[in-house]
Ligand binder design. Structure first.
Ligand code: CUA
Length: 309
């Protein structure tokens, strides 16, 4: 596999996605180049071949040729469908994180990237990942839309306030790679940059073990108590809200008969806008925690609930 593209202006190929994207790009460039040369060449050739000459002053009208018309409809259709299927298969592959991905949380805010490893390590404008292992970054934003972009990995995903998006990649080469914000997000957008450090798995484990503070689940547990969540969400008779043990990934029955799966987005909404999705058999008495808990606090709470599931 080529590590560098033929021209130094192209980014490095440092993920499993990179060669796939590049092959499609080469093909598109090749097809466009071929058509450009073909059309320009024919224009040139015909304008000389059929130029006005004594004895051939006026063009003769030519009427349709079914064979030619069918050919120039069917051949491009085939080419476009081929391109579509190829592109779509890469798209689905690139936006479907493998089940066994290493999960990392990423929060964009004006103007920095914050990352949170599940074991506790936190980073700003730097993201350490292992090579040869799929990594899933669960993204959100604390203010406006940002975009997580690592050109050497051919990865780009928006970080949108109020929802979670996923980016995944598998780095193939140890090294340090540029991380950009690829969505204009205000004055210092151009300085919302950082680096992704891809390390050999052993070195990564070592890095992960060094200087780890409390894990998100542990911080989430503290937050769960300090916000008083545990006074209602409990397993005994005093419970005024559903017990959250085993909640994550489970089916939830809501008032009105809706059934949904308890995922990150559901938990986040239940914290910020509890009245929107009230669980069957409970009163809509939970107050909103909007403004009382940060996006990172919400991630900690989610991890705490996940840990109890
Ligand atoms: Cu964040 Cu541009």
């Amino acid at each position: 596999m080529s590590r560098f593209l033929p021209f130094p202006i192209f980014p490095r190929q440092a993920s499993t996605l990179a060669p796939r994207i590049d092959h499609l790009l080469y093909y598109l460039l090749g097809m466009s180049g071929l058509m450009t040369v073909l059309i320009a060449g024919l224009i040139l050739y015909f304008s000389i071949r059929y130029r006005r000459r004594p004895g051939n002053e006026r063009a003769t009208q030519v009427h349709g040729s079914n064979r030619l018309e069918i050919a120039w409809s069917v051949v491009p259709l085939g080419i476009f469908l081929f391109t579509y299927v190829w592109g779509a298969s890469i798209y689905f592959w690139a936006y479907t994180p493998p089940m066994d991905s290493l999960e990392i949380y990423g929060v964009g805010k004006q103007w920095m990237w914050k990352f949170q490893h599940l074991s506790g390590q936190r980073e700003i404008n730097e993201l350490h990942v292992p090579v040869a292992r799929p990594v899933k970054v669960l993204l959100t934003s604390q203010d406006v839309i940002h975009s997580f972009s690592v050109p050497d990995f051919r990865v780009k995903q928006d970080a949108v306030p109020g929802r979670y998006t996923e980016a995944w990649f598998e780095a193939t080469l140890p090294g340090t790679y540029h991380l950009f914000c690829a969505e204009y997000c205000g004055t210092l957008h151009s300085q919302m940059i950082g680096s992704v450090v891809a390390m050999e798995p052993a070195a990564f484990e070592q890095w992960l073990a060094g200087g780890a503070t409390a894990s998100p689940a542990e911080r989430g547990q503290k937050l769960f108590q300090s916000l008083g969540c545990n006074t209602c969400h409990r397993a005994d008779a005093l419970a005024r809200g559903p017990d959250l043990t085993g909640l994550f990934g489970r089916q939830v029955h809501l008032q009105g008969g809706t059934v949904l799966k308890a995922d990150e987005a559901y938990i986040r909404q239940s914290i910020l806008d509890p009245a929107a999705q009230v669980v069957q058999g409970y009163e809509p008495i939970m107050p909103t925690f909007k403004g009382l808990v940060t996006e990172e606090g919400i991630l900690d709470l989610i991890e705490y609930i996940k840990a109890g599931s």
